[in-house]
Design a protein around this ligand. Structure first.
Ligand SMILES: Nc1ncnc2c1ncn2[C@@H]1O[C@H](COP(=O)(O)OP(=O)(O)O)[C@@H](O)[C@H]1O
Ligand SMILES: [Mg+2]
Length: 249
């Protein structure tokens, strides 16, 4: 049986007067990869930022509706947002390592949270992000010296070090070459055993290759969602078909 890890119920979001999300109802299945697709500006990033309250600091924003994470209302009054973002980590389009060593990039979060055995956590996280072999001899060197693809895997390792159970990826490969992209995709495949993953991607082949479910957004609305195979092979809605076949967007 597939359990829903995150459930968005009638989620609406406005930036000032402009409505960016319109009544989004979407369930994110546990330990699967869910791809969010749709043309630029349709609200994909806005939507995933709602899932770990990454948009809390945006001024002039209004949110209405509900996001449940393990049945907890994440916009509820008692939610510890720092804890929430540990559980629901995020990886961005542009790799954003901290300007410090490879080791310290991973150790940063666990140290702040008073964890012990930092060496072990660093090693484990880098291994789980398929980066350990490439960096084990140079842990004390600046993270900025890594290639773009390595930096992105470092950012994934940094997220893993916090022991999340959901990882949100916002176009994680759009700044990477095909080989680095392939490495991130294989990594996501491996991470499926332990993590629930959501990926925003503009790459249709990527969505088709790696995701289990696909949700198509258009102008702030969720147009169609289903098993990736169904969405790509027999979409029910004309605009979904037009988008995935490259007729617009
Ligand atoms: N911080 C913000 N303030 C105002 N408008 C925003 C903000 N972020 C996004 N938007 C607007 O919301 C809409 C959805 O944007 P976004 O979620 O970034 O789309 P996508 O990720 O699908 O490209 C766009 O019209 C965008 O201009
Ligand atoms: Mg975006």
């Amino acid at each position: 049986m597939v359990t829903s890890k995150i459930i968005s119920n009638n989620l609406n979001l406005w930036y000032g007067e402009k409505q960016a999300l319109k009544n989004i109802n979407l369930e994110i299945p546990e330990k699967k990869i869910t791809a969010l697709i749709g043309p630029s500006g349709c609200g994909k990033s806005t939507f995933i930022r709602c899932l770990n309250r990454m948009n809390d600091l945006v001024t002039n924003i209004r949110i209405d509706g509900q996001v449940l994470y393990d049945e907890i209302d994440i916009y509820g009054k008692d939610v510890d947002v720092v804890e929430l973002r540990k559980r629901i980590g995020m990886v961005f389009q542009k790799p954003n390592p901290f300007p410090m060593s490879i080791y310290d990039n991973i150790a940063y979060g666990p140290r702040i949270h008073g964890q012990k055995n930092i060496d072990k956590i660093v090693e484990r996280s880098l291994m789980d992000a398929a980066l350990w072999e490439e960096v084990r001899e140079r842990l004390d060197q600046p993270a900025m010296g890594l290639s773009g693809g390595q930096q992105q895997r470092l950012c994934i390792a940094r997220t893993l070090a916090m022991k999340p159970d959901v990882i949100l990826f916002d176009e994680p490969c759009s700044a990477l070459d095909p080989i680095s992209t392939g490495k991130i995709e294989s990594l996501m495949e491996i991470l499926k055993d332990n993590y629930t993953q959501v990926i925003v991607t503009h790459n249709m082949q990527q969505a088709a290759r790696i995701s289990d479910c696909t949700a198509f957004f258009l102008l702030g609305e969720l147009i169609e969602v289903g098993k990736t195979k169904h969405i790509f092979e027999m979409p029910k809605i004309k605009s979904t078909e037009d988008y995935i076949t490259g007729r617009f967007g």
